[in-house]
Design a protein around this ligand. Structure first.
Ligand code: ADP
Ligand code: GLC
Length: 480
C-alpha cells in the first residue's frame, strides 16, 4: 500500500518521548514489509546538520493561516528503500531551541505552528505525485488533518481521498487553544461545536481527529478500553465510547525496533550480551555505576528510571517508595527531565542518599541505553500509560520491569500471577507508595535467589514485541 504517516516527532531526527520511536519504527517496519511509506514532520533546529543526504525538493507551500499567507519549503531524505521522510521547513515556526516549549513554558503560538503543520500535511496528501492511499496521523499536533481532509473532499471536489487513520498516543495532551485560534484553520464555523472540534468554547485539535478519522487506534488494547471510561477518558470518554460502538476504536500494542534496542550489537554499550551469556550485563552494570557516580558494587541491586518527569509517570509514589526502601542495600539511577518540582525532589533524594542515588537531569540518548542495560530492575509506576516503551526495552535488556497494572504496562509485562511458568516482571495494582514498596520488596527477594533472577531475566529477553505483529493490525485498519 501507499501510506503517508504524519508526526510531530520522528526518531532519530526529533524526540521528546515514545511518539518519536513509535513513528519511526512503524515507518521502517511498513517499508520493510514492502509498502511505500512517507513520514511528514517539521524540520526542527539541528536536523539539517545531522542528516546527510537531506535535500530541498522543488515544492513550495503557500497556505492561508487566518488572514495571512504563510510559505514553507519541503526537504526530504530517504533513510532506507521504500521510506521517505518529508520535512516541512519553516524556520519561524520550527527553528527553535525546543520542540513544544522552552524553560518549562509552552510556545505561545503552538496552535498556529501545528495548524500550519496540519495544513502542510493535508496539502501533501492531496498533491503528492505518488498519491497516498492512507494517511496515518498521530496525536493532537496532526489532529486537524482528518477534519481538513473531510472538509476538502466535501467542498472542493477532492475525489478518491485517502482513508484516514488517527492514533492516540496520549489522551492527556489534546491541543487546547482559545476559540479565537480556530480562525487560523480557515475552516467554516460548522465544525466548531461539541460534536466537532470544540470543547468548552476552546479549540480541541485531538477531538477533531477522533471525530473525523475513519479509524481511531491507540497504542495498547488495555488503554483502548480504559479511555472509554470517565476515569481515563480525559473528558473525551463519551466521544470514544461512541467510536467504540461504531467499531472505529482499536488498541494495537506498539512494537520495539530491535535494530535500535538490542544488546548484541549496540555502540552505546560497553559490553555485548545475549540470552546465551549475561556476563556482558555485569560489565555494563559496573560501567554504569562508575558513569553515574555510584560505588561499583556488583551484588547491590541497581534500579533505574528514564522518563519525562510528569504526573503521568507516577513520580510521587516512586519518590515515596524509594525514601522508604533506601534504608536497605540498593542503588537507584534516574535520567529524566520535566517539572521543576519533580526535578528538585529527586535532587533532594540524591543529596540525602549519597552513594545510593544518582540523578541526571536532562536528555541523554546514549545514557538511556546504558541505564536499560546496566540496571537489574526498572521502575515504571505510571498513573496511566498508553503503551510505554521502556518496560519493553527493559525486558529485551534483561532488566526486570516493576510496573503498575495499567495500559500497555499491563499488556506487555507478565507477572507470576498472570503467568506462573514464564514471569518476566513484577506488577502491582493500587496507585500507592505502599503498593510500590511491596513490589520493590518482591524484587529484592528475586534478586537474592540467583536462579530465579536469571529465570526472570531470560524470560524477558526472549519476549518478542517486534513490529511484525503490530503492522499486520495496522494494515487491516488501513484497508478498512
Ligand atoms: P512517553 O512517550 O510517555 O514519554 P515511553 O515509554 O513511550 O513514554 O517512551 C519514552 C521514550 O523517551 C523512551 O525511548 C525513553 O528512553 C526516552 N526518554 C525519556 N526521557 C529521556 C531522557 N531524559 N533522556 C533520554 N531518553 C529519554
Ligand atoms: C505516549 C505515551 C506512551 C507511549 C508513547 C508511544 O507518549 O505516553 O505510553 O508508549 O506515546 O506510543
Amino acid at each position: 500500500m501507499r501510506i503517508l504517516l504524519a508526526s510531530s516527532e520522528v526518531h532519530p531526527y526529533s524526540k521528546t518521548g515514545g511518539l518519536a520511536d513509535a513513528t519511526s519504527a512503524l515507518g521502517k517496519a511498513l517499508a520493510k514489509a514492502g509498502h511505500q511509506v512517507g513520514i511528514v514532520t517539521p524540520l526542527y533546529r539541528g536536523i539539517r546538520d545531522k542528516t546527510p543526504g537531506l535535500r530541498r525538493v522543488d515544492w513550495h507551500f503557500d497556505l492561508p493561516i487566518g488572514e495571512k499567507r504563510v510559505d514553507a519549503e519541503l526537504w526530504t531524505v530517504e533513510p532506507m528503500k521504500g521510506l521517505t521522510i518529508y520535512f516541512i521547513h519553516k524556520p519561524e515556526y520550527f527553528d527553535r531551541a525546543g520542540i513544544y516549549n522552552e524553560g518549562g513554558k509552552d510556545y505561545w503560538d503552538n496552535g498556529e505552528r501545528f495548524i500550519f503543520f496540519s495544513k502542510c500535511v493535508t496539502h501533501l496528501v492531496r498533491y503528492l505525485p505518488w498519491k497516498p492511499e492512507v494517511v496515518h496521523v498521530s496525536d493532537w499536533q496532526t489532529g486537524l488533518v482528518p477534519l481538513m481532509i473531510h472538509h476538502q473532499t466535501r467542498t472542493e471536489g477532492w475525489g478518491n481521498a485517502p482513508r484516514v487513520c488517527m492514533t492516540i498516543h496520549n489522551l492527556a495532551y489534546q491541543g487546547f487553544f482559545p476559540g479565537s485560534t480556530y480562525a487560523l484553520t480557515n475552516l467554516p464555523l460548522d465544525y466548531f461545536h461539541g460534536e466537532g472540534t470544540e470543547r468548552y468554547g476552546w479549540l480541541n485539535c485531538l477531538k477533531a481527529g477522533i471525530a473525523f478519522a475513519d479509524v481511531v487506534t491507540t497504542v495498547s488494547p488495555r488503554y483502548a478500553r480504559e479511555i472509554t471510561t470517565e476515569q481515563f477518558g480525559e473528558g473525551l470518554d463519551g466521544l470514544l465510547r461512541k467510536c467504540e460502538g461504531q467499531g472505529r476504536l482499536i488498541g494495537i500494542l506498539n512494537g520495539v525496533d530491535y535494530e535500535e534496542w538490542n544488546t548484541k550489537n549496540n555502540s552505546w554499550l560497553k559490553a555485548p550480551y545475549s540470552v546465551r551469556s549475561l556476563r556482558g550485563k555485569a560489565i555494563n552494570k559496573s560501567e554504569l555505576q562508575r558513569e553515574v557516580g555510584l560505588p561499583a558494587q556488583p551484588d547491590v541491586p541497581l534500579y533505574g528510571t528514564i522518563t519525562r518527569l510528569t504526573d503521568q509517570k507516577g513520580m510521587d509514589i516512586e519518590l515515596g517508595a524509594l525514601e522508604e526502601m533506601l534504608s536497605t542495600d540498593m542503588q537507584f539511577a534516574l535520567l529524566g527531565s520535566g517539572s521543576q518540582e519533580h526535578e528538585r525532589a529527586f535532587e533532594r533524594l540524591a543529596r540525602q542518599h549519597p552513594g545510593k542515588v544518582s540523578v541526571r537531569l536532562g536528555y541523554d540518548h546514549g545514557l538511556s541505553h546504558r541505564i536499560e542495560a546496566g540496571c537489574d530492575f526498572y521502575l515504571m509506576p505510571s498513573r496511566f500509560e498508553p503503551c510505554g516503551l521502556n518496560q519493553m526495552y527493559s525486558l529485551r535488556y534483561g532488566t526486570i520491569p516493576i510496573v503498575r497494572r495499567t495500559g500497555g504496562l499491563d499488556d506487555s509485562v507478565s507477572d507470576v500471577t498472570d503467568n506462573p511458568q514464564t514471569p518476566n516482571g513484577i506488577k502491582f495494582s493500587t496507585y500507592s507508595t505502599l503498593a510500590l514498596s511491596k513490589a520493590i520488596r518482591k524484587s529484592l527477594a528475586i534478586y537474592s535467589d540467583k536462579k530465579l533472577l536469571r529465570h526472570y531475566q531470560l524470560n524477558g529477553i526472549k519476549a518478542d514485541f517486534s513490529w511484525d505483529r503490530a503492522i499486520k493490525k495496522y494494515v487491516e485498519c488501513y484497508q478498512g
